[in-house]
Design a protein around this ligand. Structure first.
Ligand SMILES: Nc1ncnc2c1ncn2[C@@H]1O[C@H](COP(=O)(O)OP(=O)(O)O)[C@@H](O)[C@H]1O
Ligand SMILES: [Mg+2]
Length: 366
């Protein structure tokens, strides 16, 4: 890497000299710099346009899964973090029939037919809203989307990092095809500390969705547990979201599949799993996962492999009165959350502990 050097080039037949300096933050030079000397303007213009094209083409950000984080000491300096691309196979996402296909068609299908769509003047930009109770698999679905789109640049913003939505949209436009994920967008609609006046961050987000040209191959994927707080803002600004998909609480059949999925290779009888699934009315995927972890823990405490009784006992504990808050946090009882809004962040933190699978995306939230 050159930190200080001169290059003598010929660009489109024009002689050009370029002085290159690397960044030296310790000497307060935050950015790398190029100084260009050319005999005529055409030379410098040719060099600059080639440079810009190559910067985008060869950007280290291209094809990566990124998240942005502000620097606590210097809010102006947003950094991009590289996240590992999740690996979530389709079998691991249990949703009502057709739901995942519909989402994939909108996000991936539109991208893979971009030529035909562009040729007939159709827009490529798309906005998808996934909504439903906590723990039902919205983040998991996003992670599956990211694993189904290798090579597509993705920016994942969650919680406070949604303040970088404009930058994310710009980056997505430069790196298209791209996906911008905005996780738990209800939080920015609700969090008063982020708002001066009537929800500017929410509106900034909606404007960013609207700001890109229609032919940009960019998919915005929004998730929320609280569609009610967004509905008004979205309805007032049509065209930002072209597909809203409910990720519902699993029905009895889906619950059974979830219980089986998370029981995995545990030596539990299918009858015990069936009974447990039938008892856990209203339970989510997150609940199923936590239940199996507790089953294993109970057995480990007893110093033997898990048995059907452990599953029953773990379920008893989770559905007991004592476990009421945990149950709600895991999304096992439908209905309005009885937790006061001021405690939302505490609740989120607890839920996060139970959803380590979502860590790649959740990390950005911390
Ligand atoms: N529909 C589902 N299919 C499979 N696993 C699920 C499902 N819903 C939740 N889970 C499990 O629970 C965890 C937490 O779910 P998550 O996707 O974070 O919920 P949400 O984003 O809807 O609040 C997931 O990582 C997964 O392990
Ligand atoms: Mg989520």
């Amino acid at each position: 890497m050159v930190s200080f050097g001169v290059r003598l080039l010929t660009v489109d037949g024009h002689p050009v000299a370029v002085l290159q300096r690397g960044s030296r933050p310790e000497f307060n030079r935050q950015n790398a710099r190029l100084e260009i000397l050319a005999v005529d303007e055409a030379g410098s213009a040719a060099f600059l346009s080639a440079l810009r094209r190559l910067m985008l083409e060869r950007s280290v950000l291209r094809g990566q899964v990124l998240s942005f984080s502000g620097n606590q000491y210097n809010m102006g300096a947003a950094g991009a973090d590289f996240l590992p691309r999740p690996e979530v196979p389709v079998e691991d996402v249990i949703l009502p029939p057709g739901v995942l296909d519909e989402i994939l068609r909108q996000v991936v299908g539109i991208g893979s037919h971009r030529r035909a769509l562009r040729a007939s003047g159709q827009h490529l930009k798309r906005g998808i809203l996934l909504y439903g109770p906590p723990g039902t698999g919205k983040t998991l679905t996003v992670r599956h989307l990211l694993s189904a789109t290798p090579g597509v640049t993705a920016v994942v913003l969650a919680g406070n990092s949604i303040v970088f939505v404009t930058q994310a949209a710009e980056l997505a436009r430069a790196m298209q095809p791209a996906i911008v994920v905005l996780e738990d967008v209800d939080l920015i609609a609700e969090d008063r500390s982020l708002t001066q006046g009537p929800q500017p961050l929410l509106f900034a987000m909606l404007d960013a969705l609207d700001g890109l040209e229609g032919d940009a191959d960019v998919a915005f994927v929004l998730t929320t547990n609280r569609v009610d707080v967004l509905e008004r803002a979205l309805a007032d600004r049509p065209g930002r979201v072209d597909l809203a998909v409910e990720i519902p609480l699993p029905d009895a059949a889906a619950r059974r599949r979830l219980f089986e999925l998370y029981a995995g290779d545990l030596p539990l009888s299918s009858e015990a799993i069936r009974v447990a699934a039938a008892r856990a009315d209203g339970a989510t995927g997150a609940f199923a996962k936590e239940l199996m972890r507790r089953t294993v823990l109970l057995a480990a405490e007893a110093g033997r492999p898990p048995r059907d009784e452990d599953l029953a006992e773990a379920l008893d504990a989770l559905v007991s009165a004592r476990g009421a808050l945990t149950r709600r946090l895991l999304g096992a009882s439908p209905g309005p959350p009885p937790v006061p809004p001021s405690r939302t962040s505490t609740v989120r933190a607890s839920v996060m502990m139970h959803t380590e699978e979502g860590h790649a995306l959740d990390r950005a939230r911390q």
